[in-house]
Design a protein around this ligand. Structure first.
Ligand code: SIN
Length: 324
């Protein structure tokens, strides 16, 4: 679907993928009782009166609850963004998305796209039918960012804050201001439709070079996430190894430390040739590598480290490709 009187004119493209921003509920007063991914993206745009004067076009790419994000949706989103970025008339791209995995999608796009124009993901913590619906404001803010001269890179806009794709993560399950950029802080703010930067736009990501390789591969490398915790064991690691996992990201305690039993199993997995990466289950900060580390550390949180490892395995032409 597309809305534009003149398809050749400069425009912002808005790609809909579902989420609470497109969710509807039975009652305006019960914010938890709703279904995500119902309203078409054109309807989300029509709820923003000032958008009528802006060059905005819309396409529905998917209609899902983002907890169910799949490699297939990621593939089509990355492909469409890459195509649109090459079109001179496209000033920027906005992606409407669920909050639950938007940080993963943003990170993936950052890794895959040569985004010399803005690719702005946005979302909402309340469905469109709720009394306190935050979707229209977030969408208007995202479009304002995408329409800002000089803006570039993959960004996430929510609750008036602009986050970059590397640092953004969902830190609250209910608050409207559910995202944080940790120590890095936000890139800027959107205030009354105007962008105020506090640090430079993050430059384009790792680039389009990885995209063709990714699209050629029918199934992405199977990488799982485990967590270290009190009374942890190595059983899940052994089961994963037997099932053919290609990589394991482990969210360790503190600075990526691991329960001794879990660590022993992970070292065994590594010796078998399975890639193991340590992240931290702490919500902020980054794992500091040590000289005596027997398992490598990632500065990313576990969900982003998982994607980074998938891409690394792909780049290395790893042939142990399982479910994704
Ligand atoms: C989703 O992630 O699609 C549902 C939850 C949300 O958007 O807040």
């Amino acid at each position: 679907m597309s809305t534009a009187p003149n398809p050749g004119a400069a425009c912002i493209m808005v790609l809909g993928t579902g989420g609470t921003i497109a969710g509807t509920g039975a009652s305006a007063a019960s914010p938890l009782d709703y279904r995500a991914g119902v309203l078409p993206v054109t309807q989300l745009l029509s709820s923003i009166p000032s958008m009528a004067s802006l060059p905005v076009r819309a396409e529905q790419l998917a209609q899902i609850d983002s907890k169910d994000m799949s490699a297939a949706v990621w593939r089509s989103l990355a492909t469409r963004c890459a195509e649109l970025l090459t079109q001179p008339q496209v000033r920027g791209i906005v992606v409407t998305h669920g909050t639950d995995t938007v940080e993963e999608t943003a990170f993936l796009l950052h890794q895959l796209l040569a985004a010399d124009k803005p690719v702005v993901l946005t979302c909402a913590m309340r469905p469109a039918t709720d009394l306190g619906s935050d979707g229209p404001q977030n969408l208007a803010d995202a479009i304002a960012v995408a329409n800002t001269p000089g803006a570039a890179g993959v960004l996430l806009v929510c609750s008036g804050r602009i986050h970059d794709a590397v640092h953004a993560s969902k830190v609250h399950h209910y608050r409207l201001d559910a995202f944080d950029s940790g120590d890095a802080g936000p890139v800027g703010f959107v205030e009354d439709g105007r962008v105020r930067l506090v640090r430079p736009w993050r430059s384009a990501g790792a680039g389009g070079c990885r995209l063709p390789a990714l699209l050629e591969v029918a199934q992405w490398p199977w990488v799982e996430i485990l967590t270290s915790h009190a009374c942890a064991t190595g059983t899940a690691v052994h089961l994963l190894c037997a099932a053919g996992v290609a990589g394991i990201v482990v969210a360790g305690t503190g600075n990526g430390s691991l329960h001794a039993e879990l660590e022993a199993a992970l070292l065994h997995a590594q010796a078998l040739g399975i890639r193991v990466v340590r992240s931290s289950r702490c919500g902020a900060g980054r794992v500091l590598p040590g000289t005596a580390d027997r398992l490598p550390a990632s500065p990313l949180n576990a969900v982003k480290a998982r994607i980074a490892l998938q891409l690394e395995l792909l780049a290395a032409g790893d042939d142990r490709l399982g479910g994704s």
